[in-house]
Design a protein around this ligand. Structure first.
Ligand code: ATP
Ligand code: MG
Length: 400
């Protein structure tokens, strides 16, 4: 029978949390394949099996699993009986259309009650394949590795390992809220947190109708791409244009960027807390632009009482671009738009804003009311992947 075997690695190390992590990965795999023909997903002895994956569904199952955090690698596999003759027949069947010069067999026993050791299994199966196909055995540099995993009641044979995304299953590490600009950096920052098992809420500040809604369209598209990874995304669109107008009236130009950021963080904290987030996330990196200095970060962070995480803080722009390309967000991020922060932004922002100067500049703004108004009027959207599945179904097991 055609299955897919999923291996997790990092979660195997997580001690007492392990059953819960595996359960979450199983339910994420169920959710991500809910609209495909996969009949059953089950955890068994250190791996996860997707049963009855048809040849038609396999390419799409492959794409979706490759994006899902928490998977070390996965393989298209054939399930067979726990019996050396049955395993040999299955392998020879799988190799029917294969032609190579050299090969080896690699065996793993999850069930040590099997009467042969792994090296014995490898030698026995290798010998049989060699005599039928005439291929040379090469243990060091084989052209093909034929693999078998032996469990309690069944064995799995496969030829290829597909790399997974790594990381932890989405949903095991709590919730955070990421400030999403539509630029290159913030989607990468959000993904880094998704990969660490967080459910990432997205908060976008826009200046519509002063500017076009391009930035909102871009963020909606980026959110959709991220939802393929975390399966559920809550996105908030915050109207920021009027706030910026007020800032322009009272705050000296060099301090405006820092004041905008402080306002964004306050509003994000307010929205984030209400939706269960225990930290904020930004795409900032030290020194990337004039405003992203350690001094400014300190002044910006002091307005919140939850941690502000900056997963890209020590990265070069080139490294971030590379990750954005791999993630598939780059092409969306570079679509030209008018960022709300380029609006009313001075050419020379302060690189060492002082807290007392910023506080004095903010004094006339009526911060509390602005934050309250922006947070309560934010527009909320809930995205889900796969979108075609009824909400109840997709939500089961992946809630939160
Ligand atoms: P990005 O590529 O993420 O836009 P950037 O290098 O352009 O980053 P800035 O524009 O200075 O840097 O923004 C720094 C961070 O502030 C962003 O990574 C993002 O987390 C947050 N941010 C900036 N503008 C917005 C916005 N309009 N809405 C939400 N968050 C924003
Ligand atoms: Mg930006």
């Amino acid at each position: 029978m055609q299955s897919v075997i999923v291996h997790y690695q990092e979660i195997a190390l997580k001690g007492r949390n392990r059953p819960w992590f595996v359960e979450r990965l199983v339910s994420n795999i169920r959710a991500v394949t809910a609209d495909l023909g996969v009949v059953k997903v089950r955890a068994l002895m250190g791996r996860i099996e997707l049963q009855h994956v048809s040849n038609d569904d396999w390419p799409e199952v492959h794409n979706r699993l490759a994006r899902l955090p928490g998977i070390a690698n996965f393989s298209r596999a054939v399930r067979t009986r726990c019996d050396i003759d049955a395993i040999a027949d299955t392998m020879l069947g799988e190799l029917r259309d294969v032609q190579v010069e050299s090969f080896r067999v690699t065996a793993k026993r999850a069930d040590k009650r099997f009467p042969m050791t792994s090296p014995q299994i490898e030698r026995e199966l290798g010998g049989r394949i060699k005599s039928v196909r005439g291929w040379r055995v090469d243990l060091e540099h084989p052209e093909l590795t034929v693999r078998v995993e032996i469990l309690n009641d069944e064995a799995f044979c496969y030829l290829r390992k597909e790399p997974g995304a790594g990381g932890l299953p989405s949903g095991v590490s709590g919730r955070v809220a990421c400030l999403m600009s539509g630029g290159i950096d913030s989607p990468v920052a959000a993904y880094r947190m998704i990969k660490r098992g967080c459910r990432v809420r997205l908060i976008h500040f826009h200046s519509y109708p002063i500017l076009s809604h391009t930035s909102q369209d871009k963020v909606a598209e980026l959110a959709e791409l991220l939802t393929r990874r975390q399966l559920e995304t809550r996105l908030y669109m915050v109207a920021f244009g009027d706030i910026q107008r007020k800032v322009v009236l009272t705050v000296p130009p060099p301090l405006r960027v820092v004041v905008y950021r402080r306002l964004m963080l306050r509003i994000a904290e307010r929205i984030g807390r209400a939706s269960g987030a225990t930290a904020l996330v930004t795409g900032e990196a030290v020194g990337q632009v004039a405003s992203q200095t350690l001094d400014n970060m300190a002044v910006i962070d002091s307005v919140t009482s939850i941690p502000v995480l900056r997963p890209l803080v020590g990265m070069d722009k080139e490294e971030i671009v590379r990750e954005a390309r791999q993630l598939g967000t780059y092409e969306v991020s570079i679509v030209p738009d008018e960022d709300c922060c380029t609006l009313f932004t001075p050419k020379h922002p302060a690189t060492r804003a002082k807290a007392y100067q910023v506080e004095a500049a903010e004094a006339g703004l009526g911060i509390d009311a602005l934050v309250e108004e922006a947070a309560t009027t934010a527009e909320r959207r809930d995205l889900r992947f796969p979108a075609a599945v009824a909400p109840q179904e997709a939500r089961s097991g992946t809630a939160g």
